[in-house]
Design a protein around this ligand. Structure first.
Ligand code: ZN
Length: 465
């Protein structure tokens, strides 16, 4: 297992070669001798693989398994969307489509869907959520025994394929479809991501076991760090490592202070850090008070930090808390914030430059599927702080391209503690870019990634140059 990457820019310096053996970087220099496979870096930058420090893998996978109908305007675009979805699935697989409206292709029945999908189990949900329409194969997969009251029958008592308000029944009949993680692993690799921290509070031994298995089979090649709401044990083969205990606050029902302290105490008894979901100023205030009372440790985290009043910055610093931010929300939701958020609070949204300047550790992440999983989009948003509508939020929070990139280069277990560099002895978790780093960071975008390696294995190689 040996790979030589030629002609790459490392840390902005002159072109060099990098030799990888058994998953590690074993040599960096000029004109290294060839041994094994060779890849010409074509003068592109070689950087450490990116880490998404806050993502929800199952949520992202479930979304990827759902076909949305936005933008569909008539029968032909409806048909095209369904055909594309079916082509991506093996024969016999369930295909779930949401957001249907009669304006697209009229009142659908089983027969209409059979014509579109003769060999898959297709189910289409109406926009209102009140109605599912199933094709014959799908229907045969769920009916049997007594019919549910929502099963619509025609004049000859045959099912039309339409099921009214039978979500719970349908879910029970179909069974839990484990979302497919392989497409997620591939997508993340194409972004240059070699490590992720899953921030789901719901992760239990079963979910963690499935993620670990996906990692072992290579479906999810990224290094995994898992948060969880409760106790969790890491496997001995390091298929995942334990992240902080996640505390999810809900602004409508903030937990009792003592309950919060107990959760911190539990995390400590398991030898783990604490990561608190904080999207409002009230949640942040409560969290800071709890860390003040219970004591904080380096590695404790504020997730999102969506609203950080200036006065809270010193306290974050004193408590050594890391803020794990998602600049992409400025891009994707900025226009809404401008309409809905009190103007005096706008500068407190998703702070970045002011935290870094104060010395507060900051790390980057997507929070996908709630925002795009594309880290390059997050970097671009951190650099220009512009909404999709082109309006700027928190102009003082703009950071440079290299600083934006650095948010994604920390060790998964040490977000905000400083970016990794490409050096001999480290694991070969690498991202090869198509151009030198300064060029790429002038206008970061995902198609700048040429190749991604995890533990020396090539997990992505761009088809286009
Ligand atoms: Zn989240």
């Amino acid at each position: 297992m040996s790979l030589l990457i030629r002609n790459v820019e490392i840390g902005g310096g002159p072109l060099q070669d990098v030799r990888i053996e058994d998953g590690r970087i074993v040599g960096i220099g000029h004109d290294l001798a060839r041994a094994g496979e060779e890849l010409d870096g074509r003068r592109g930058a070689l950087i450490p693989g990116l880490c998404d420090h806050h993502i929800h893998l199952f949520g992202l996978a479930a979304l990827a398994d759902t076909v949305a109908l936005d933008g569909v305007s008539g029968p032909s675009s409806f048909q095209a969307r369904i055909s594309a979805a079916l082509a991506a699935q093996p024969v016999g697989a369930w295909v779930r489509v949401t957001g249907y409206h009669e304006a697209m292709a009229g009142d659908l029945t089983r027969e209409d869907l059979d014509r579109l999908a003769p060999r898959h189990r297709l189910r289409v949900q109406h926009q209102t959520g009140a109605l599912w329409i199933l094709n014959t194969l799908a229907l045969e997969g769920v009916i049997g025994g007594s019919n549910p009251p929502g099963l619509e029958l025609d004049s000859q008592s045959r099912p039309t394929g339409r099921l009214w308000r039978e979500d719970v029944w349908l879910r029970a009949r179909i069974g839990a479809q484990p979302p497919r993680l392989a497409p997620i692993g591939k997508m993340l690799a194409a972004y240059g991501i070699t490590a992720v921290s899953d921030a789901s509070v719901t992760t239990d031994a079963d979910a963690a076991g499935r993620l670990a298995q996906a990692h072992r089979t290579g479906d999810l090649p990224q290094r995994l760090t898992l948060m969880s709401g409760g106790e969790l044990t890491a496997p001995t083969d390091a298929a995942f490592t334990l992240g902080p205990v996640k505390v999810l606050l809900d602004d409508h029902a903030l937990p009792e202070f003592d309950d919060f302290l107990n959760r911190i105490a539990s995390a400590r008894s398991w030898g783990r850090n604490v990561a608190v979901h904080c999207v409002t100023a009230a949640e942040l205030a409560l969290s800071l008070a709890a860390f003040e009372a219970a004591g904080s440790l380096p590695g404790d985290r504020i997730e999102h930090g969506s609203v950080i009043p200036r006065a809270a910055i010193d306290q974050l610093l004193a408590l050594k808390l890391t803020v794990v931010t998602q600049s992409a929300f400025i891009r994707e939701r900025g226009d809404r914030y401008l309409n809905e958020v009190d103007p005096v609070d706008l500068d407190d949204l998703y702070r970045c430059a002011s935290l870094l300047a104060a010395g507060v550790p900051v790390a980057g992440s997507s929070d996908a599927p709630y925002a795009s999983p594309d880290p390059w989009l997050g970097m671009a948003a951190a650099m220009d702080r512009r909404s999709l509508g082109g309006r700027r939020l928190g102009a003082g929070e703009v950071i440079s391209g290299l600083a934006a990139l650095a948010l994604y280069l920390d060790e998964p277990g040490r977000p905000g503690r400083g970016p990794r560099i490409v050096r001999v002895g480290d694991a070969a978790d690498l991202c090869l870019l198509k151009r030198p780093i300064r060029e790429v960071m002038n206008a970061p975008q995902a198609d700048c990634v040429r190749a991604t390696m995890i533990a020396g294995r090539l997990e992505f190689l761009s088809a286009s140059d």
